[in-house]
Design a protein around this ligand. Structure first.
Ligand code: HEC
Length: 118
């Protein structure tokens, strides 16, 4: 009996170690998403003609300031939609962000303005 409970204890200790490790890893991934998303968002230089003006270094604030992320009737109403809007602007403007970049930018905007559950 003692042997069995000791084995169980060891197994559950191992399991909680694995769970804690997985949790820490996902939290670290989330934090690095915010950091890289922040960098991508603030450092992007968009080469586009917008409303007849040729820009070489337009950025995400050229058309809409961050006010659109906090206005009452904002379009993104959950994280998936937020990600979809980032992707839409990414594609329309030919920014060239990869899907993981889009997720990182959405994660950054979410942490800064939207606060949706992920
Ligand atoms: C050419 C102009 C333009 C630029 C530059 C632009 N966007 Fe947009 N964006 C729009 C328009 C138009 C909408 C829709 C807004 C509306 O209908 O009120 C929008 C909406 C959004 C939304 C949804 C806002 C909401 O209501 O919740 C997000 C998020 C967003 N853009 C992210 C970005 C990011 C990130 C960048 C930089 C890569 C970017 N946008 C650059 C035109 C632009």
């Amino acid at each position: 009996m003692i042997v069995i409970s000791r084995m169980l204890l060891t197994a559950s200790a191992k399991l909680s170690f694995i769970l804690i490790a997985a949790l820490t890893a996902s939290m670290a991934a989330y934090a690095s998403d915010i950091e890289s998303g922040k960098e991508l968002y603030h450092e992007v230089e968009i080469n586009q003609t917008i409303n007849g003006v040729n820009y070489e270094n337009a950025n995400c604030d050229t058309c809409h300031s961050s006010d659109v992320f906090i206005r009452e009737n904002r379009l993104a109403t959950n994280f998936k939609k937020l990600e979809a809007f980032v992707e839409r602007c990414n594609t329309n403007l030919d920014v060239g962000w990869f899907p993981e970049d889009v997720t990182a930018v959405a994660t950054y905007l979410n942490s800064e303005y939207y606060n949706f559950a992920k």
